[in-house]
Design a protein around this ligand. Structure first.
Ligand code: SF4
Ligand code: SF4
Length: 305
C-alpha cells in the first residue's frame, strides 16, 4: 500500500471513529518553538505548573519519546456543548462539562492505533492525549489541522477551538500534511477580552494571571489582585475562546461521555455555596474537575462571591 493510500485510510478511520479532524506530520525537532518554550519557562510564565519545565528535551523532540518514530498522527475531538449552564449560573469551562477527556480520547486513539496495526501495516508506537511532554498545539498545526491563534489555542478553520487534541506516534513513514498559516489577521479580540490581561501579547500567555490556571491548576489561594476578576468563573475560563470569531462555526459535539448531567446543569449559586464532599464526589465522578479537588472548588466558590 502506498504512503498516500495508508494516510488516506488512517484519516478516513479517524473520522469514522468520531474525530472531527485528522492530519499527519513528519516527526522532527521542534526548532524555533524550543526557543519560545525556553523563554516562557525562564520568565516563569508557567506559574506553578512545574511539569511544564520537566522533560524539556523530550518536549522539544518527540523522537526521544518513541524510539524510531517518524510520523505523528494528530486528531481533534469536538467538545462544544449543546446543553450549557445559563449565564446567571456559576460557569465551568466547556471542556469540563462531561467525563474526563483523557480517557475518552485515548480510548478512541487506541482504536485507531489497533485499526492501523490490524488492517493496514504492522507498526510500533504510542497514543497520547495531554499525557506526555508533547507540544500538542504545535504538532496539530504542523499536521495541518489548524493554526495556533493569538489566544494560544488551536483554531480549526470553519470549526473553531473547542477541541481536545490527541496524537499517535508511529515508526512508519506516511504522507505528510503542510502546516497551516495563521488566519488571525488583524483581529485581537482575545487580547482585548481577557479579564486579567493574561494574554500579554499575541501568542503569549502568562499563566500567573490566567483564570484557568488560578481556578484549576493553582494549589494556593487565589491572589487578592485577581479575586475581583473571577466574577462567575467557578472552574476555568473560556472568555478568550467565546469571543473568537472562528468559534461562531462551532457545532455541538456528538460524544455521549461529554454530555453534562442534569444535576450539574441545575446547580444554582446557593447549591455551590452549600456543596458537601459527598455531593462533590457524586457530581464529578469520572470528571476532570477532580483535578482541583473539593477544597480547590470551594476556594473558587468563595472567590465568585
Ligand atoms: S482563559 Fe481567561 S484569563 Fe486565561 S487567557 Fe483566556 S480569557 Fe484570559
Ligand atoms: S480572537 Fe481573533 S486574534 Fe484571538 S485567536 Fe481568535 S481570531 Fe485570533
Amino acid at each position: 500500500m502506498s504512503k498516500k493510500t495508508l494516510s488516506l485510510q488512517i484519516k478516513a478511520e479517524a473520522l469514522r471513529l468520531g474525530f472531527s479532524a485528522c492530519g499527519i506530520a513528519r516527526v522532527d525537532f521542534v526548532g524555533e518553538s524550543k526557543v519560545h518554550l525556553g523563554q516562557w519557562l525562564a520568565e516563569e510564565k508557567h506559574a506553578g505548573m512545574d511539569y511544564m519545565s520537566s522533560h524539556f528535551d523530550k518536549r522539544c523532540d518527540p523522537r526521544l519519546l518513541v524510539e524510531g518514530c517518524k510520523s505523528m498522527v494528530c486528531v481533534a475531538l469536538n467538545y462544544y456543548p449543546s446543553h450549557k449552564l445559563r449565564k446567571d449560573q456559576l460557569q465551568f469551562a466547556y471542556y469540563a462539562y462531561g467525563q474526563d477527556y483523557h480517557e475518552v480520547v485515548k480510548t478512541k486513539l487506541t482504536e485507531l492505533f489497533n485499526y492501523i496495526n490490524e488492517k493496514l501495516l504492522s507498526v510500533h508506537g504510542r497514543v497520547f492525549c495531554d499525557t506526555a511532554p508533547i507540544l500538542e498545539r504545535y504538532w496539530a498545526q504542523q499536521a495541518g489541522l489548524g493554526w495556533i491563534g493569538k489566544n494560544t489555542q488551536l483554531i480549526i478553520p470553519k470549526a473553531g477551538s473547542y477541541f481536545f487534541l490527541g496524537e499517535i506516534l508511529l515508526d512508519a513513514e506516511l504522507e505528510y500534511d503542510s502546516p497551516m498559516k495563521s488566519k488571525c489577521g488583524t483581529c485581537q479580540k482575545c487580547l482585548d477580552t481577557c479579564p486579567t490581561k493574561a494574554l500579554e501579547r499575541p501568542y503569549l500567555l502568562n499563566a500567573n494571571r490566567c483564570i484557568s490556571y488560578l481556578t484549576i491548576e493553582n494549589k494556593e489561594e487565589i491572589p487578592e489582585e485577581y479575586i475581583s476578576k473571577i466574577e462567575n468563573h467557578l472552574y476555568g475560563c473560556d472568555d478568550c475562546q467565546h469571543c473568537c470569531p472562528w468559534n461562531r462555526f462551532a457545532t455541538p459535539h456528538l460524544v455521549p461521555d461529554f454530555q453534562p448531567s442534569e444535576a450539574f446543569l441545575s446547580m444554582e449559586k446557593a447549591d455551590w455555596l452549600n456543596l458537601t464532599v459527598d455531593q462533590y464526589r457524586a457530581l464529578f465522578k469520572g470528571s476532570a474537575v477532580k483535578r482541583s479537588k473539593y477544597e480547590g472548588l470551594i476556594r473558587n466558590v468563595k472567590a465568585t462571591q
